[in-house]
Design a protein around this ligand. Structure first.
Ligand SMILES: CC(C)(COP(=O)(O)OP(=O)(O)OC[C@H]1O[C@@H](n2cnc3c(N)ncnc32)[C@H](O)[C@@H]1OP(=O)(O)O)[C@@H](O)C(=O)NCCC(=O)NCCS
Length: 149
């Protein structure tokens, strides 16, 4: 994605991911990730419209899926899965063994989505979102999956 896309991504985060919580993924924060050398900000386009995005940050021994959303009108078409798998391919290419993420505890749809992609439920993190709401940490062991074919 380009810096000019930051505002649209930030608005999607506000409306689709952070609804009911303070807006933390502002355009400025998204821009930092677009420019950052350790992050990938990936967009999905459908009929020339931005309909989804995924932000992944890469560390030495893990990658962290910071943010993911797909517009409601085009859900269940495989777009979310393709975004995550594309980012995971980058992690694999870099020899990174694990991807983790936090998801709102009251978002069973997203948790089911991640389980389908091979993520396993980890810690329960009370008050993770500004002390207001709990998160579930989820982990995907990329090496174990490769080893088991
Ligand atoms: C979670 C999200 C990104 C999924 O995107 P998507 O493009 O609809 O997902 P896909 O079409 O790739 O789904 C792949 C599989 O995951 C599972 N899945 C996806 N959404 C699901 C849901 N709401 N409930 C149960 N399973 C789900 C299904 O098995 C699906 O395959 P199927 O449609 O053949 O049954 C999307 O629902 C979304 O943007 N939600 C709001 C924001 C959010 O919760 N983001 C994640 C936390 S940061």
């Amino acid at each position: 994605m380009r810096r000019g896309d930051a505002q649209r991504i930030a608005r999607m985060s506000r409306d689709l991911v952070e609804h009911g919580l303070p807006w933390t993924w502002t355009a400025q924060r998204v821009t930092t990730h677009i420019r950052g050398r350790d992050s990938n900000v990936l967009g999905a386009w459908y009929e020339e419209r931005l309909v989804g995005f995924a932000i992944m940050q890469f560390y030495a021994e893990r990658a962290h899926l910071n943010l993911l959303a797909v517009q409601p009108a085009v859900r269940r078409l495989g777009i979310g899965q393709r975004l995550v798998e594309w980012q995971e391919q980058v992690a694999r290419a870099g020899g990174i063994p694990v991807v983790n993420l936090e998801v709102r505890a009251n978002n069973p749809g997203a948790q089911a989505f991640y389980r389908r992609l091979g993520y396993r439920q980890g810690e329960h993190l009370p008050g993770y979102y500004q002390g207001r709401e709990a998160a579930i940490r989820m982990n995907h062991d990329l090496w174990q999956e490769s080893a088991s074919g």
